[in-house]
Write a protein that binds this ligand. Structure first.
Ligand code: ZN
Ligand code: ZN
Length: 147
């Protein structure tokens, strides 16, 4: 990348940088994303583990177990969600695209957990829509999450 992508939280305490280009960008309509964001859905993209680097305020970052197989990190001061890390994909980190300083640089290519979409939320695009995980999600058997 010519210039690393950077991002931050709402209060400005925490800043981060990506040291490689993100991939696998998509909308997630799962219930956890709705609760975590207070919005109908979130957009996540992936980078290799270690390529999402906190450059400021790392000691403000907190985490919670968001499922039986992963956790999410967020700004402990303002609550902005940063990352999702799951046991079955230990080589990557997913981050919330809307927290980038230039979120328009990373566009989503699909929807997952369409089955739990909030009915009044219509993204109005032609992207592929998967009821749960994508069928080719690494480390998962079929399209169901591990219990
Ligand atoms: Zn903050
Ligand atoms: Zn989700």
């Amino acid at each position: 990348m010519a210039e690393p992508l950077t991002g931050r939280c709402a209060c400005g305490a925490v800043r981060y940088q990506l040291t490689s280009a993100p991939f696998d960008t998509g909308w997630c309509h799962c219930r956890t994303c709705q609760l975590n964001s207070g919005a109908p859905a979130m957009v996540f993209a992936s980078v290799p583990h270690g390529d999402f680097v906190f450059t400021q305020g790392a000691d403000n970052v907190r985490r919670f177990a968001s499922s039986s197989f992963g956790y999410r990190r967020f700004c402990g001061a303002c609550g902005t969600p940063f990352t999702m890390e799951v046991d079955h994909q230990p080589e990557t980190v997913d981050f919330s695209v809307a927290t980038l300083d230039r979120p328009e640089a990373v566009a989503p290519g699909f929807h997952i957990f369409w089955a739990s979409r909030i009915g009044w939320f219509d993204p109005g695009d032609d992207l592929p829509r998967h009821d749960r995980f994508r069928p080719d999600t690494r480390g998962l058997d079929g399209t169901d999450p591990p219990e």
